[in-house]
Write a protein that binds this ligand. Sequence first.
Ligand code: ZN
Ligand code: ZN
Length: 173
Amino acid sequence: MKINLEKLLRKEVDSLDLNFVQEIDTINYQGKDFKFTSPAKIEGRISRVHGDLYLDCKIEFSSVDTCGRCLKDIDIFVNADVQGFLVESEEEVLEDEDTFVYNGEELDFKEIVENAFILNVPRKVLCDEDCKGMCVNCGVNLNEAECRCIDEDENQEFIDPRLSKLKDFFKNN
Ligand SMILES: [Zn+2]
Ligand SMILES: [Zn+2]
């Protein structure tokens, strides 16, 4: 969604209330595609502060990530506070402040939402602190089923002592 800043720039108004949704399909971040399960909700305002335009809003959205151990889908909810000055070109970007560049007289929220995503999405998620993960051998989700790889390991441990006892038996008789 592009917000027209014309009235603010021409000083016809002192502030502009924001209340809209930004449709986002997926965001590619660190080689991974994150699917949005809801459009981003933006609520706040742009106001004139000492001659500059200042954005102050909340951005809410939900997306899906996968558990770092078992790859199960996990819903992620983000509620980000986004604040910063609006500037006309990249050269005006301030070092110590968050700034957002607008083009012509329009501010594009797609980029702002993408930025909010990158800054707020958790680095690594787990479906559960105790997630058992996947069997590296057969790929079974160990939270949902036991796999045969473990059974075989256990059987071997179980059989071995008996075999050694048999060996001892033959030795002594
Ligand atoms: Zn998991
Ligand atoms: Zn297995």
